[in-house]
Ligand binder design. Structure first.
Ligand code: ZN
Length: 253
């Protein structure tokens, strides 16, 4: 039981949008998996639907995201509430915004699952045997609430076996950059002593949960949204001024 593998998403300079892909997953699992980047300093690739950016420009960028993955005929996203609700999707048609959920799951190829982020961790779950995927938004509240357990449950209730699953905790804030109160660390199952602030490595907490669930393959991103702020959106590193990037996961048709 060592540390989970550290894997850096690969920047794709050949892509029409700022895009960092989980290496090898396309070839190994037949999925699109990755996270959008920050974009240029003058033109941040802000996909935040509830932020301060003009909504017309935000919608144009979402359309660019859809066009960047030919063969995908639908995208689902939700207004996120830091809970543990995961929605199952069977339809791949158009672009749909759901209300009040922090995860999506499907076995339908050609549907892109999306979660929006700026320090919270995107959790990618793939079952290459049953050809099913789940994508989860997991900040400390979601981690404490058990969003990963909920997402894995969506897959196992449809026949997936945990040992066949690959879980990647993607680009988010790292353990050196995320200072929290001891009650927050404790809620995520991390060690905390006394009342002093502590550094919380959310992705290690998530990897620990994945191991407890019996997941066969576990990795964590080598990137940090905060100290790699030049490449990603970070709520903390920007003092709340940044917009949102999105993680995407889908079964290639
Ligand atoms: Zn960091």
């Amino acid at each position: 039981m060592g540390e989970p593998a550290s894997v850096a998403e690969r920047r794709r300079d050949d892509w029409p949008i700022p895009w960092f892909e989980v290496p090898d997953w396309r070839g190994r699992y037949g999925v699109v998996a990755g996270v959008t980047g920050r974009g240029s300093a003058e033109h941040p690739f802000d996909l935040g639907l509830a932020g301060s950016a003009p909504i017309g420009a935000v919608l144009d960028r979402w359309r660019a995201v859809q066009r960047a993955f030919p063969g995908f005929e639908g995208t689902v996203v939700a207004r996120q509430v830091h809970g543990r609700v995961v929605l199952w999707h069977d339809r791949r048609q158009g672009w749909t915004i759901f209300e009040g959920a922090d995860g999506h799951a499907t076995s339908t190829a050609g549907l892109l699952l999306a979660v929006s982020l700026a320090d919270c961790v995107p959790i990618f779950v793939v079952d290459p045997v049953r050809r099913a995927v789940a994508l989860l938004h997991s900040g400390w509240r979601g981690t404490a609430a058990g969003i990963l357990e909920s997402g894995i449950g969506e897959l196992t209730s449809r026949g997936s076996h945990p040992e066949n699953l690959a879980v990647h905790a993607g680009v988010g804030i790292c353990g050196a950059c995320y200072q929290v109160g001891p009650e927050v660390a404790a809620a995520c199952g991390a060690p905390a002593v006394g009342s002093d602030p502590v550094l919380l490595d959310l992705r290690l907490a998530i990897a620990r949960q994945a191991r407890e669930q019996g997941v066969g393959t576990i990795s964590v991103s080598a990137w940090c949204s905060a100290h790699d702020h030049g490449s990603f959106m970070s709520h903390r590193a920007s003092g709340g001024r940044d917009g949102r990037m999105v993680a995407l996961l889908g079964l290639v048709p």
